[in-house]
Design a protein around this ligand. Structure first.
Ligand code: HEC
Length: 188
């Protein structure tokens, strides 16, 4: 059932995201749609896999599937898409650049001041690109792999230290900002 839905979402993307749109509001709208395709797909697959193989067994979903789906979305839409964090797990692909870092710091400040993390986003034309970031709040399901040390099973801890010896992405609680989806596209 979930898989059918995932496949359906993949098919809708190219239709919902027409390219060659010039004005800022339309670009923001387009970037938003591209960014929003990734989290529901990852979440559905994660939940399914956690049910079958537990948290440690689901680490490949985050490790291999997240970049794979991001690559597919990029191909379909022409936008580059990735995940970034101020406390990275995978330092080979998730370290934010200056613009992303400033946005993440701003998101943390706005969340601390009471804004809903799920609504935090930022879009802007930067040089010859349009860029957009959307905050990814920590939900209950994330805690098995990103939570406090006592929320991680020994198997998860072992797998994390094996694959990510410099992991900084634990110790989170629900509602905090884990990172952001970041999308960008060269302007015509
Ligand atoms: C089954 C374990 C697991 C669960 C559950 C999980 N993650 Fe992850 N997460 C990982 C792993 C492993 C990586 C590193 C992926 C890679 O190698 O690129 C990661 C990476 C990330 C990244 C990329 C930035 C970085 O630090 O590398 C973000 C953002 C992220 N997770 C958010 C979440 C959110 C939000 C949830 C809950 C909705 C969640 N994760 C649930 C294991 C998990």
């Amino acid at each position: 059932m979930k898989r059918t839905w995932i496949a359906a979402t993949l098919l809708i993307v190219p239709l919902a995201v027409p390219l060659a749109i010039a004005d800022e509001a339309a670009l923001l709208d387009e970037a938003r749609k591209v960014a929003m395709t990734l989290p529901p797909k990852l979440l559905a697959t994660l939940q399914e896999e956690i049910g079958k193989s537990g948290f440690a067994g689901s680490i490949p979903v985050c490790k291999e599937m997240a970049p794979k789906v991001a690559g597919e979305v990029s191909k379909q839409t022409g936008w580059k898409i990735k995940r970034v964090s101020l406390k990275t797990r995978n330092e080979s692909r998730a370290v934010p650049d200056e613009w992303e870092k400033a946005a993440l710091v701003e998101f943390d400040q706005r969340a601390a001041a009471g804004e809903s993390p799920a609504k935090l986003e930022k879009g802007a034309q930067i040089g010859s690109e349009y860029r957009y970031v959307k905050a990814l709040p920590v939900q209950a399901v994330c805690l098995g792999c990103h939570g406090q040390p006592d929320q991680l099973t020994p198997e998860v801890k072992a797998a994390l230290s094996q694959h990510y010896p410099n992991d900084k992405a634990t110790g989170y609680s629900e509602g905090q900002i884990r990172g952001a989806i970041s999308v960008r596209k060269a302007l015509p």
